[in-house]
Ligand binder design. Sequence first.
Ligand code: FAD
Length: 470
Amino acid sequence: MLPDSIRTELAAIAGKEWFLDRPEDLLAYSYDATPLHQALPDGVVLPESTGQVQAILRLASREGIKVIPRGSGTNLAAGTVPVEGGLVLALTRMNRVLEVDAENLTATVQPGAITAPFQAQVEALGLFYPPDPGSIQVSTLGGNVAMCAGGLRGLKYGVTKDYVLGLEAVLPSGEVLRTGGKVMKDVAGYDLTKLLVGSEGTLAAITEILLKLVPKPETKRTILALFPDLADAARAVSAIIAARIIPATLEFLDQGTARVVEEYAHAGLPTDVEAVLLIEQDGAPAAVDHDIERIAALCREARASDVRVAATPEEAAGLMTARRTALAALARLRPTTILEDASVPRSRLAEMVQAIGAIARKHGLRICTFGHAGDGNLHPTCLTDARDTEEIGRVEEAFAEIFATAIELGGTITGEHGVGAAKAGYLEWRIGPTGIELMKRLKDAFDPQDILNPGKMFARTARKRVVVRW
Ligand SMILES: Cc1cc2nc3c(=O)[nH]c(=O)nc-3n(C[C@H](O)[C@H](O)[C@H](O)COP(=O)(O)OP(=O)(O)OC[C@H]3O[C@@H](n4cnc5c(N)ncnc54)[C@H](O)[C@@H]3O)c2cc1C
Protein backbone atom coordinates (compact mmCIF):
# COMPACT_ATOMS: atom_id res chain seq x y z
CA MET A 1 0.00 0.00 0.00
CA LEU A 2 1.17 3.51 -0.79
CA PRO A 3 1.81 5.93 2.11
CA ASP A 4 -1.15 8.21 2.96
CA SER A 5 0.69 11.32 1.81
CA ILE A 6 1.24 9.82 -1.68
CA ARG A 7 -2.36 8.64 -1.93
CA THR A 8 -3.54 12.13 -1.05
CA GLU A 9 -1.22 13.70 -3.62
CA LEU A 10 -2.36 11.30 -6.39
CA ALA A 11 -6.02 11.95 -5.56
CA ALA A 12 -5.32 15.68 -5.73
CA ILE A 13 -3.67 15.34 -9.16
CA ALA A 14 -6.29 13.16 -10.90
CA GLY A 15 -9.36 13.82 -8.77
CA LYS A 16 -10.47 11.72 -5.80
CA GLU A 17 -12.62 9.30 -7.80
CA TRP A 18 -9.78 8.62 -10.26
CA PHE A 19 -7.33 7.25 -7.74
CA LEU A 20 -8.25 3.69 -6.77
CA ASP A 21 -6.78 1.40 -4.15
CA ARG A 22 -9.63 -0.66 -2.74
CA PRO A 23 -8.77 -4.39 -2.82
CA GLU A 24 -11.34 -5.08 -5.57
CA ASP A 25 -9.83 -2.32 -7.74
CA LEU A 26 -6.32 -3.62 -7.24
CA LEU A 27 -7.50 -7.10 -8.17
CA ALA A 28 -9.12 -5.80 -11.37
CA TYR A 29 -5.82 -4.25 -12.48
CA SER A 30 -3.64 -7.21 -11.40
CA TYR A 31 -3.91 -9.09 -14.69
CA ASP A 32 -4.38 -8.62 -18.42
CA ALA A 33 -5.31 -11.04 -21.23
CA THR A 34 -2.22 -13.19 -20.54
CA PRO A 35 -2.89 -16.38 -18.58
CA LEU A 36 -0.59 -17.49 -15.75
CA HIS A 37 0.57 -13.95 -14.89
CA GLN A 38 -0.91 -11.86 -12.07
CA ALA A 39 0.41 -9.40 -9.46
CA LEU A 40 -1.33 -6.73 -7.41
CA PRO A 41 -0.50 -3.05 -7.93
CA ASP A 42 -0.39 -0.65 -4.97
CA GLY A 43 -2.77 1.77 -6.64
CA VAL A 44 -4.39 2.77 -9.91
CA VAL A 45 -4.59 6.30 -11.27
CA LEU A 46 -6.64 7.42 -14.28
CA PRO A 47 -5.43 10.83 -15.51
CA GLU A 48 -7.40 12.93 -17.98
CA SER A 49 -4.66 15.14 -19.41
CA THR A 50 -1.00 15.23 -20.34
CA GLY A 51 -0.45 17.68 -17.48
CA GLN A 52 -1.79 15.12 -15.00
CA VAL A 53 0.42 12.38 -16.49
CA GLN A 54 3.41 14.71 -16.04
CA ALA A 55 2.53 15.38 -12.41
CA ILE A 56 2.07 11.66 -11.70
CA LEU A 57 5.40 10.70 -13.27
CA ARG A 58 7.22 13.53 -11.48
CA LEU A 59 5.82 12.29 -8.19
CA ALA A 60 6.69 8.66 -9.03
CA SER A 61 10.28 9.60 -9.89
CA ARG A 62 10.64 11.67 -6.74
CA GLU A 63 9.34 8.81 -4.57
CA GLY A 64 10.81 5.89 -6.54
CA ILE A 65 7.37 4.43 -7.28
CA LYS A 66 7.05 2.06 -10.24
CA VAL A 67 4.51 3.05 -12.90
CA ILE A 68 2.79 0.65 -15.30
CA PRO A 69 1.10 2.39 -18.27
CA ARG A 70 -2.07 0.60 -19.33
CA GLY A 71 -4.73 0.78 -22.03
CA SER A 72 -7.45 -1.88 -22.14
CA GLY A 73 -5.24 -4.68 -20.82
CA THR A 74 -5.79 -6.95 -23.84
CA ASN A 75 -2.12 -7.63 -24.46
CA LEU A 76 -0.97 -11.24 -24.51
CA ALA A 77 2.55 -10.75 -23.11
CA ALA A 78 1.76 -9.86 -19.48
CA GLY A 79 2.78 -6.33 -20.45
CA THR A 80 0.59 -4.59 -17.87
CA VAL A 81 0.96 -6.99 -14.96
CA PRO A 82 2.51 -5.02 -12.07
CA VAL A 83 5.19 -7.64 -11.39
CA GLU A 84 6.97 -5.33 -8.93
CA GLY A 85 3.84 -3.63 -7.57
CA GLY A 86 3.56 0.13 -8.05
CA LEU A 87 1.04 2.37 -9.68
CA VAL A 88 -1.04 1.42 -12.71
CA LEU A 89 -1.35 4.46 -15.00
CA ALA A 90 -4.59 3.69 -16.84
CA LEU A 91 -4.91 5.98 -19.88
CA THR A 92 -8.46 4.99 -20.79
CA ARG A 93 -9.99 8.36 -19.86
CA MET A 94 -7.81 10.12 -22.43
CA ASN A 95 -9.92 8.67 -25.22
CA ARG A 96 -10.78 11.47 -27.64
CA VAL A 97 -10.20 11.68 -31.36
CA LEU A 98 -8.83 15.23 -31.42
CA GLU A 99 -8.70 15.82 -35.17
CA VAL A 100 -9.19 14.12 -38.52
CA ASP A 101 -7.28 16.14 -41.11
CA ALA A 102 -8.68 15.12 -44.51
CA GLU A 103 -6.23 17.37 -46.37
CA ASN A 104 -3.08 15.90 -44.85
CA LEU A 105 -4.66 12.44 -44.37
CA THR A 106 -3.85 12.31 -40.66
CA ALA A 107 -5.69 11.86 -37.39
CA THR A 108 -4.66 13.03 -33.96
CA VAL A 109 -5.91 10.86 -31.13
CA GLN A 110 -5.49 10.41 -27.42
CA PRO A 111 -4.04 7.06 -26.34
CA GLY A 112 -7.22 5.71 -24.73
CA ALA A 113 -9.32 5.93 -27.92
CA ILE A 114 -10.62 2.47 -28.83
CA THR A 115 -9.41 1.15 -32.18
CA ALA A 116 -12.67 -0.03 -33.83
CA PRO A 117 -14.81 3.11 -33.27
CA PHE A 118 -11.89 5.22 -34.48
CA GLN A 119 -11.66 3.11 -37.64
CA ALA A 120 -15.41 3.45 -38.18
CA GLN A 121 -15.19 7.22 -37.68
CA VAL A 122 -12.53 7.68 -40.36
CA GLU A 123 -14.18 5.19 -42.73
CA ALA A 124 -17.36 7.28 -42.61
CA LEU A 125 -15.23 10.04 -44.15
CA GLY A 126 -13.93 7.77 -46.93
CA LEU A 127 -10.61 7.30 -45.13
CA PHE A 128 -8.94 4.17 -43.81
CA TYR A 129 -6.78 3.23 -40.82
CA PRO A 130 -5.66 -0.31 -41.70
CA PRO A 131 -4.08 -1.85 -38.54
CA ASP A 132 -6.66 -4.29 -37.20
CA PRO A 133 -5.62 -6.49 -34.28
CA GLY A 134 -8.18 -9.16 -33.45
CA SER A 135 -8.94 -7.16 -30.30
CA ILE A 136 -10.01 -3.97 -32.14
CA GLN A 137 -13.36 -3.74 -30.36
CA VAL A 138 -11.56 -3.36 -27.02
CA SER A 139 -7.90 -2.39 -27.46
CA THR A 140 -6.76 1.22 -27.28
CA LEU A 141 -4.72 3.01 -29.91
CA GLY A 142 -2.14 3.79 -27.20
CA GLY A 143 -1.84 0.07 -26.45
CA ASN A 144 -1.62 -0.66 -30.19
CA VAL A 145 1.22 1.85 -30.56
CA ALA A 146 3.05 0.71 -27.41
CA MET A 147 2.85 -2.93 -28.62
CA CYS A 148 3.18 -2.15 -32.34
CA ALA A 149 0.07 -4.24 -32.89
CA GLY A 150 -0.30 -6.12 -36.13
CA GLY A 151 -3.43 -7.83 -37.31
CA LEU A 152 -5.16 -9.42 -40.25
CA ARG A 153 -4.26 -6.78 -42.82
CA GLY A 154 -0.51 -6.72 -42.11
CA LEU A 155 0.52 -8.36 -45.38
CA LYS A 156 -0.74 -5.60 -47.66
CA TYR A 157 -0.93 -2.63 -45.33
CA GLY A 158 1.78 -3.20 -42.73
CA VAL A 159 1.36 -2.83 -38.96
CA THR A 160 0.87 -0.02 -36.46
CA LYS A 161 4.40 1.38 -36.83
CA ASP A 162 3.71 2.08 -40.50
CA TYR A 163 0.93 4.51 -39.51
CA VAL A 164 2.47 6.47 -36.64
CA LEU A 165 3.72 9.85 -37.83
CA GLY A 166 4.32 11.46 -34.49
CA LEU A 167 3.86 11.16 -30.76
CA GLU A 168 3.56 13.18 -27.61
CA ALA A 169 4.98 11.22 -24.69
CA VAL A 170 5.81 11.95 -21.08
CA LEU A 171 9.22 10.78 -19.89
CA PRO A 172 9.65 9.33 -16.39
CA SER A 173 11.12 12.71 -15.36
CA GLY A 174 7.79 14.37 -16.24
CA GLU A 175 9.23 16.13 -19.30
CA VAL A 176 7.13 16.10 -22.47
CA LEU A 177 8.74 14.75 -25.64
CA ARG A 178 7.18 15.57 -29.03
CA THR A 179 8.29 13.57 -32.05
CA GLY A 180 7.41 13.65 -35.75
CA GLY A 181 4.59 15.66 -37.29
CA LYS A 182 2.31 15.97 -40.29
CA VAL A 183 5.24 16.09 -42.69
CA MET A 184 5.54 12.93 -44.76
CA LYS A 185 9.30 13.29 -45.03
CA ASP A 186 11.43 14.07 -41.99
CA VAL A 187 14.95 12.82 -41.37
CA ALA A 188 15.89 15.30 -38.67
CA GLY A 189 17.83 13.19 -36.20
CA TYR A 190 17.23 9.72 -34.81
CA ASP A 191 13.72 8.39 -35.39
CA LEU A 192 12.38 8.65 -31.84
CA THR A 193 8.83 7.99 -33.04
CA LYS A 194 9.79 4.54 -34.25
CA LEU A 195 11.77 3.91 -31.08
CA LEU A 196 8.72 4.59 -28.93
CA VAL A 197 6.43 2.45 -31.10
CA GLY A 198 6.66 -1.04 -29.61
CA SER A 199 8.46 0.18 -26.48
CA GLU A 200 5.79 -1.55 -24.37
CA GLY A 201 5.43 1.19 -21.77
CA THR A 202 9.07 0.89 -20.71
CA LEU A 203 10.39 4.22 -22.06
CA ALA A 204 7.61 6.82 -21.79
CA ALA A 205 3.87 7.22 -21.34
CA ILE A 206 2.30 8.05 -24.72
CA THR A 207 -0.26 10.84 -24.38
CA GLU A 208 -1.05 11.81 -27.98
CA ILE A 209 -0.68 10.01 -31.32
CA LEU A 210 -0.56 11.39 -34.85
CA LEU A 211 -1.69 8.67 -37.26
CA LYS A 212 -1.42 8.38 -41.01
CA LEU A 213 -4.63 7.58 -42.91
CA VAL A 214 -5.07 6.28 -46.44
CA PRO A 215 -8.02 6.39 -48.82
CA LYS A 216 -10.64 3.77 -48.06
CA PRO A 217 -10.60 0.90 -50.59
CA GLU A 218 -13.68 0.99 -52.81
CA THR A 219 -14.58 -2.66 -52.45
CA LYS A 220 -13.57 -5.95 -50.87
CA ARG A 221 -14.09 -9.62 -51.74
CA THR A 222 -13.40 -12.82 -49.80
CA ILE A 223 -12.36 -16.37 -50.74
CA LEU A 224 -12.30 -19.54 -48.68
CA ALA A 225 -9.93 -22.26 -49.94
CA LEU A 226 -9.76 -25.76 -48.44
CA PHE A 227 -6.69 -27.97 -48.59
CA PRO A 228 -6.59 -31.67 -47.69
CA ASP A 229 -2.79 -31.26 -47.42
CA LEU A 230 -1.10 -28.55 -45.38
CA ALA A 231 1.93 -28.35 -47.70
CA ASP A 232 -0.40 -27.53 -50.60
CA ALA A 233 -1.89 -24.62 -48.63
CA ALA A 234 1.62 -23.28 -48.06
CA ARG A 235 2.34 -23.68 -51.78
CA ALA A 236 -0.80 -21.70 -52.58
CA VAL A 237 0.37 -18.86 -50.31
CA SER A 238 3.74 -18.74 -52.08
CA ALA A 239 2.10 -18.97 -55.51
CA ILE A 240 -0.21 -16.02 -54.79
CA ILE A 241 2.67 -13.79 -53.72
CA ALA A 242 4.85 -15.02 -56.58
CA ALA A 243 2.04 -13.96 -58.95
CA ARG A 244 2.60 -10.40 -57.61
CA ILE A 245 -0.75 -10.36 -55.83
CA ILE A 246 -0.74 -8.98 -52.30
CA PRO A 247 -4.09 -9.81 -50.67
CA ALA A 248 -5.43 -7.56 -47.93
CA THR A 249 -5.63 -10.62 -45.66
CA LEU A 250 -4.32 -14.14 -46.06
CA GLU A 251 -5.31 -16.09 -42.98
CA PHE A 252 -4.65 -19.69 -42.08
CA LEU A 253 -6.52 -22.08 -39.78
CA ASP A 254 -5.35 -25.61 -39.10
CA GLN A 255 -7.78 -28.48 -38.87
CA GLY A 256 -8.02 -28.36 -35.08
CA THR A 257 -8.88 -24.65 -35.11
CA ALA A 258 -11.35 -24.96 -38.00
CA ARG A 259 -13.24 -27.71 -36.17
CA VAL A 260 -13.59 -25.73 -32.98
CA VAL A 261 -14.48 -22.49 -34.77
CA GLU A 262 -17.15 -24.27 -36.79
CA GLU A 263 -18.70 -25.81 -33.66
CA TYR A 264 -18.81 -22.33 -32.14
CA ALA A 265 -19.63 -19.95 -35.01
CA HIS A 266 -21.41 -22.24 -37.56
CA ALA A 267 -19.86 -20.27 -40.41
CA GLY A 268 -19.79 -23.15 -42.87
CA LEU A 269 -16.12 -24.04 -42.33
CA PRO A 270 -15.29 -27.64 -43.24
CA THR A 271 -13.79 -29.80 -40.51
CA ASP A 272 -12.14 -32.55 -42.55
CA VAL A 273 -9.33 -30.68 -44.30
CA GLU A 274 -5.79 -30.05 -43.02
CA ALA A 275 -5.75 -26.34 -43.80
CA VAL A 276 -8.17 -23.51 -44.47
CA LEU A 277 -7.08 -20.27 -46.13
CA LEU A 278 -9.26 -17.20 -45.81
CA ILE A 279 -8.24 -14.59 -48.33
CA GLU A 280 -9.51 -11.03 -48.78
CA GLN A 281 -8.67 -8.58 -51.50
CA ASP A 282 -9.68 -4.94 -51.51
CA GLY A 283 -9.28 -2.02 -53.91
CA ALA A 284 -10.92 -0.84 -57.11
CA PRO A 285 -13.70 -3.25 -58.25
CA ALA A 286 -12.11 -4.34 -61.54
CA ALA A 287 -8.72 -4.97 -59.93
CA VAL A 288 -10.33 -6.87 -57.06
CA ASP A 289 -12.31 -9.09 -59.45
CA HIS A 290 -9.15 -9.81 -61.44
CA ASP A 291 -7.13 -10.68 -58.31
CA ILE A 292 -9.89 -12.84 -56.84
CA GLU A 293 -10.13 -14.88 -60.06
CA ARG A 294 -6.34 -15.34 -60.15
CA ILE A 295 -6.20 -16.28 -56.47
CA ALA A 296 -8.99 -18.84 -56.91
CA ALA A 297 -7.18 -20.36 -59.90
CA LEU A 298 -3.86 -20.49 -58.04
CA CYS A 299 -5.51 -22.24 -55.07
CA ARG A 300 -7.05 -24.83 -57.40
CA GLU A 301 -3.67 -25.34 -59.09
CA ALA A 302 -2.19 -25.94 -55.62
CA ARG A 303 -4.73 -28.77 -55.17
CA ALA A 304 -7.36 -27.05 -53.06
CA SER A 305 -10.29 -29.44 -52.71
CA ASP A 306 -12.76 -26.56 -52.71
CA VAL A 307 -12.55 -22.83 -53.43
CA ARG A 308 -15.53 -20.70 -52.48
CA VAL A 309 -15.84 -17.03 -53.37
CA ALA A 310 -18.26 -15.32 -50.95
CA ALA A 311 -21.27 -14.23 -52.98
CA THR A 312 -22.46 -11.47 -50.70
CA PRO A 313 -20.85 -9.04 -48.25
CA GLU A 314 -22.79 -10.84 -45.47
CA GLU A 315 -21.29 -14.20 -46.42
CA ALA A 316 -17.83 -12.61 -46.57
CA ALA A 317 -18.30 -10.96 -43.18
CA GLY A 318 -19.42 -14.33 -41.75
CA LEU A 319 -16.23 -16.01 -42.94
CA MET A 320 -14.00 -13.32 -41.47
CA THR A 321 -15.97 -13.36 -38.21
CA ALA A 322 -15.19 -17.06 -38.04
CA ARG A 323 -11.49 -16.20 -38.12
CA ARG A 324 -11.84 -13.41 -35.59
CA THR A 325 -13.66 -15.70 -33.16
CA ALA A 326 -10.89 -18.33 -33.23
CA LEU A 327 -9.60 -17.45 -29.78
CA ALA A 328 -13.05 -17.25 -28.19
CA ALA A 329 -13.98 -20.59 -29.76
CA LEU A 330 -10.82 -22.32 -28.55
CA ALA A 331 -11.16 -20.78 -25.08
CA ARG A 332 -14.37 -22.76 -24.45
CA LEU A 333 -12.63 -26.10 -24.46
CA ARG A 334 -10.38 -26.05 -21.42
CA PRO A 335 -9.98 -23.72 -18.43
CA THR A 336 -6.78 -22.03 -19.69
CA THR A 337 -6.02 -20.90 -23.24
CA ILE A 338 -2.48 -19.81 -23.98
CA LEU A 339 -2.33 -17.98 -27.30
CA GLU A 340 1.25 -17.65 -28.47
CA ASP A 341 2.87 -15.81 -31.28
CA ALA A 342 5.82 -16.78 -33.45
CA SER A 343 6.81 -15.64 -36.90
CA VAL A 344 8.79 -17.27 -39.69
CA PRO A 345 9.61 -16.28 -43.26
CA ARG A 346 6.54 -17.05 -45.37
CA SER A 347 8.42 -19.78 -47.26
CA ARG A 348 8.94 -21.76 -44.01
CA LEU A 349 5.27 -21.70 -42.95
CA ALA A 350 4.48 -25.38 -43.62
CA GLU A 351 7.63 -26.51 -41.80
CA MET A 352 6.69 -24.36 -38.82
CA VAL A 353 3.12 -25.67 -38.66
CA GLN A 354 4.36 -29.26 -38.93
CA ALA A 355 6.97 -28.61 -36.21
CA ILE A 356 4.30 -27.20 -33.88
CA GLY A 357 2.22 -30.36 -34.41
CA ALA A 358 5.21 -32.59 -33.67
CA ILE A 359 6.14 -30.61 -30.55
CA ALA A 360 2.53 -30.79 -29.28
CA ARG A 361 2.46 -34.59 -29.78
CA LYS A 362 5.84 -35.01 -28.11
CA HIS A 363 4.61 -33.21 -24.99
CA GLY A 364 1.12 -34.73 -25.04
CA LEU A 365 -0.58 -31.33 -25.49
CA ARG A 366 -3.45 -29.96 -27.56
CA ILE A 367 -2.13 -27.05 -29.61
CA CYS A 368 -4.27 -25.55 -32.39
CA THR A 369 -2.62 -23.17 -34.85
CA PHE A 370 -4.02 -20.29 -36.81
CA GLY A 371 -2.62 -16.99 -37.95
CA HIS A 372 -1.55 -14.61 -40.62
CA ALA A 373 -0.19 -16.95 -43.31
CA GLY A 374 0.62 -14.09 -45.62
CA ASP A 375 3.23 -12.71 -43.27
CA GLY A 376 4.35 -16.00 -41.71
CA ASN A 377 2.93 -15.02 -38.31
CA LEU A 378 1.37 -17.99 -36.51
CA HIS A 379 -0.56 -18.25 -33.25
CA PRO A 380 -0.06 -21.71 -31.78
CA THR A 381 -2.72 -21.88 -29.07
CA CYS A 382 -2.49 -24.38 -26.24
CA LEU A 383 -5.61 -25.55 -24.47
CA THR A 384 -4.62 -26.42 -20.95
CA ASP A 385 -5.40 -25.97 -17.25
CA ALA A 386 -3.40 -23.56 -15.09
CA ARG A 387 -4.19 -25.67 -12.00
CA ASP A 388 -2.29 -28.65 -13.39
CA THR A 389 1.30 -27.67 -12.64
CA GLU A 390 2.76 -30.78 -14.24
CA GLU A 391 0.94 -30.05 -17.52
CA ILE A 392 1.90 -26.36 -17.37
CA GLY A 393 5.55 -27.46 -17.10
CA ARG A 394 5.11 -29.38 -20.34
CA VAL A 395 3.37 -26.38 -21.94
CA GLU A 396 6.34 -24.16 -21.09
CA GLU A 397 8.80 -26.66 -22.50
CA ALA A 398 6.73 -26.98 -25.67
CA PHE A 399 6.57 -23.23 -26.21
CA ALA A 400 10.31 -22.88 -25.59
CA GLU A 401 10.82 -25.44 -28.36
CA ILE A 402 8.37 -23.61 -30.62
CA PHE A 403 10.26 -20.31 -30.18
CA ALA A 404 13.60 -22.05 -30.74
CA THR A 405 12.22 -23.63 -33.92
CA ALA A 406 10.94 -20.28 -35.18
CA ILE A 407 14.42 -18.81 -34.73
CA GLU A 408 16.06 -21.81 -36.44
CA LEU A 409 13.75 -21.27 -39.41
CA GLY A 410 14.88 -17.64 -39.64
CA GLY A 411 11.94 -16.23 -37.69
CA THR A 412 11.28 -14.59 -34.35
CA ILE A 413 9.79 -15.25 -30.87
CA THR A 414 7.01 -12.72 -31.42
CA GLY A 415 5.60 -11.20 -34.59
CA GLU A 416 3.09 -8.86 -32.97
CA HIS A 417 2.18 -9.64 -29.35
CA GLY A 418 5.38 -8.23 -27.89
CA VAL A 419 7.80 -9.35 -25.19
CA GLY A 420 6.34 -8.06 -21.91
CA ALA A 421 7.06 -10.21 -18.88
CA ALA A 422 5.94 -13.39 -20.61
CA LYS A 423 8.72 -13.53 -23.19
CA ALA A 424 11.44 -11.47 -21.51
CA GLY A 425 13.46 -14.63 -20.88
CA TYR A 426 13.54 -15.40 -24.60
CA LEU A 427 14.50 -11.99 -25.99
CA GLU A 428 18.20 -12.74 -25.93
CA TRP A 429 17.62 -15.78 -28.18
CA ARG A 430 16.39 -13.39 -30.81
CA ILE A 431 18.65 -10.35 -30.51
CA GLY A 432 21.76 -11.71 -28.78
CA PRO A 433 23.73 -10.26 -25.85
CA THR A 434 24.89 -7.20 -27.80
CA GLY A 435 21.29 -6.35 -28.69
CA ILE A 436 20.20 -6.75 -25.07
CA GLU A 437 23.07 -4.56 -23.82
CA LEU A 438 22.26 -1.78 -26.28
CA MET A 439 18.55 -1.91 -25.48
CA LYS A 440 19.34 -1.71 -21.77
CA ARG A 441 21.41 1.41 -22.41
CA LEU A 442 18.51 2.95 -24.35
CA LYS A 443 16.19 2.12 -21.46
CA ASP A 444 18.66 3.74 -19.08
CA ALA A 445 18.77 6.93 -21.19
CA PHE A 446 14.98 7.30 -20.99
CA ASP A 447 14.38 5.88 -17.55
CA PRO A 448 17.53 5.88 -15.37
CA GLN A 449 15.59 4.96 -12.21
CA ASP A 450 13.75 2.02 -13.87
CA ILE A 451 10.41 3.54 -12.92
CA LEU A 452 8.43 2.59 -16.03
CA ASN A 453 7.02 -0.91 -16.41
CA PRO A 454 9.81 -2.78 -14.60
CA GLY A 455 10.25 -6.52 -15.20
CA LYS A 456 9.16 -6.21 -18.83
CA MET A 457 11.30 -6.72 -21.93
CA PHE A 458 14.46 -7.57 -19.94
CA ALA A 459 14.56 -10.78 -17.93
CA ARG A 460 16.30 -11.04 -14.60
CA THR A 461 17.65 -14.35 -15.90
CA ALA A 462 17.61 -15.31 -19.56
CA ARG A 463 16.18 -18.70 -20.65
CA LYS A 464 18.73 -21.29 -21.62
CA ARG A 465 18.47 -21.88 -25.36
CA VAL A 466 16.86 -25.26 -26.06
CA VAL A 467 17.94 -27.61 -28.80
CA VAL A 468 14.90 -28.93 -30.63
CA ARG A 469 14.61 -32.52 -31.79
CA TRP A 470 11.11 -33.22 -33.03
C1 FAD B 1 -8.75 -11.66 -28.61
C2 FAD B 1 -7.46 -10.95 -28.82
C3 FAD B 1 -6.99 -10.78 -30.11
C4 FAD B 1 -5.79 -10.12 -30.34
N1 FAD B 1 -5.36 -9.97 -31.62
C5 FAD B 1 -4.21 -9.32 -31.86
C6 FAD B 1 -3.74 -9.17 -33.20
O1 FAD B 1 -4.36 -9.63 -34.15
N2 FAD B 1 -2.58 -8.51 -33.38
C7 FAD B 1 -1.86 -7.98 -32.34
O2 FAD B 1 -0.82 -7.39 -32.57
N3 FAD B 1 -2.28 -8.12 -31.06
C8 FAD B 1 -3.43 -8.76 -30.79
N4 FAD B 1 -3.87 -8.91 -29.50
C9 FAD B 1 -3.05 -8.36 -28.40
C10 FAD B 1 -3.49 -6.95 -27.91
O3 FAD B 1 -4.84 -6.71 -28.15
C11 FAD B 1 -2.63 -5.85 -28.50
O4 FAD B 1 -1.31 -5.97 -28.02
C12 FAD B 1 -3.13 -4.43 -28.21
O5 FAD B 1 -2.33 -3.53 -28.92
C13 FAD B 1 -3.11 -4.06 -26.74
O6 FAD B 1 -3.86 -2.87 -26.56
P1 FAD B 1 -4.40 -2.47 -25.11
O7 FAD B 1 -5.06 -1.16 -25.18
O8 FAD B 1 -5.21 -3.56 -24.54
O9 FAD B 1 -3.04 -2.31 -24.31
P2 FAD B 1 -2.61 -2.92 -22.91
O10 FAD B 1 -2.74 -4.39 -22.92
O11 FAD B 1 -3.28 -2.18 -21.82
O12 FAD B 1 -1.07 -2.53 -22.89
C14 FAD B 1 -0.17 -3.11 -23.79
C15 FAD B 1 1.24 -2.56 -23.55
O13 FAD B 1 1.29 -1.21 -23.92
C16 FAD B 1 1.68 -0.38 -22.83
N5 FAD B 1 0.85 0.80 -22.94
C17 FAD B 1 -0.50 0.86 -23.06
N6 FAD B 1 -0.88 2.14 -23.23
C18 FAD B 1 0.25 2.90 -23.20
C19 FAD B 1 0.52 4.29 -23.31
N7 FAD B 1 -0.45 5.18 -23.52
N8 FAD B 1 1.80 4.71 -23.22
C20 FAD B 1 2.81 3.83 -23.06
N9 FAD B 1 2.61 2.51 -22.94
C21 FAD B 1 1.35 2.05 -23.01
C22 FAD B 1 1.45 -1.22 -21.59
O14 FAD B 1 2.34 -0.87 -20.56
C23 FAD B 1 1.69 -2.62 -22.10
O15 FAD B 1 3.07 -2.91 -22.08
C24 FAD B 1 -5.04 -9.60 -29.24
C25 FAD B 1 -5.53 -9.78 -27.94
C26 FAD B 1 -6.70 -10.45 -27.73
C27 FAD B 1 -7.20 -10.61 -26.31
